[in-house]
Every structure is written in C-alpha cells, then in structure tokens.
Design a binder for this molecule. Structure first.
Ligand code: THU
Length: 168
C-alpha cells in the first residue's frame, strides 16, 4: 500500500499548484494508441515547476511516460538531479494513478528518497507517497561505486587474461 487516498481539498497550496501543472501538461499528451492521457509535474528547488506528458510511438516500447517527460524536461532546462522537491502525477484512473516500474527507477535516480510524490486521478482523489516508498531497495549509483572500488575488486579471469596479454 503506497498511502491513504485523500481528498484533493486537503492538499497544501504548493501541492495543489504542482498537481495543477500536471493536469495542464496532461492536455498535451500524444496518445494515439492507448488514448490514455497522463500528466506529471516536478517542483524544482528554485520554485519553478516543469510539466511533462506521455508521448507514444508506433514502436510501442519507445513511448515516454509523463513522469519521465517532466523530469527530463526539468533536467534539460538545467535543474540538477537530486535537487527536486516534489512530483505530481495525474491520470484518468479509478484510484490515484501509480507510476510504472521504469518511471520509478528514473524517479529514484533523479529525486531524493524522501521527496513527496502526489498521485491523483480526475475525480479529485489523491495519494501522498515518497520516492523510496515507490521503489524500496532501488538500484542506484551507490551500487556501481561499490562495485568499482579497486580494493574490493577481485580480478575476473577475463581481467587476468587482459593484464597477462598486456605484459607479453
Ligand atoms: N503512462 C504514463 O505516462 N504514466 C504512468 O504512470 C502510467 C502509464 C502512459 C504510458 C502509455 O502512454 C499510457 O500511459 C498507457 O500505458
């Protein structure tokens, strides 16, 4: 369970504003295949809000979800990964929409773990959650760093073959 469903009326002013931007971005969704419009918006630390919508493709796998569009929009405008303050997502679902697995991974990469995420539907239902609640135990850059530490690195047979080759 990601969180309790609450009414949109109980949101703070800033939460409502970010969600409003997500709703506006949703209007731009390019969804000729699913006809399922999604909007997202991310709040940057300087107070700016960046929206994004889902953009589909005839090669279905090339579709970009609204959450990733919003985050890529913000990063492309110079916002630094790790500095975001809030993300909101809205779609026409029975209960507040929940991000797909690929988006959860991207959200975990670009947003702080405790950052609030507001999930909503068009009926005014909202759920408040966080990045880490969406993807507990995410694979992150820390795992890559620990794997690359020289002192931890047991040379594989490939590595040994390579270094032996170099000395010949
Ligand atoms: N989609 C999103 O944009 N965000 C979500 O949270 C769920 C799914 C999009 C992808 C595709 O364009 C359509 O919704 C149907 O899956």
């Amino acid at each position: 369970m990601l969180g309790m469903v609450i009414d949109q009326a109980s949101l703070s002013e800033i939460e409502r504003l970010v969600l409003q931007h997500a709703g506006q971005a949703r209007e731009h969704a390019y969804v000729p295949y699913s006809k399922f419009q999604v909007g997202a918006a991310v709040l940057a630390e300087d107070g700016q809000i960046y929206g994004g919508c889902n953009i589909e493709n005839a090669a279905y796998g090339s579709t970009n979800c609204a959450e990733r569009s919003a985050l890529y929009h913000a990063v492309s405008r110079g916002m630094k990964p790790g500095t975001f303050r809030m993300l909101a997502v809205i779609g026409e679902t029975e209960r507040p929409i929940t991000p797909c697995g690929a988006c959860r991974q991207v959200i975990a990469e670009l947003c702080p773990p405790e950052m609030p995420v507001i999930l909503a539907n068009l009926q005014g239902q909202v759920m408040r959650t966080t990045v880490s609640a969406l993807l507990p135990g995410a694979f992150t850059s820390q795992a890559l760093e620990s794997g690359n530490r020289d002192e931890d690195h047991e040379p594989s047979s490939k590595d040994r073959m390579r270094s032996e080759g170099e000395t010949l």
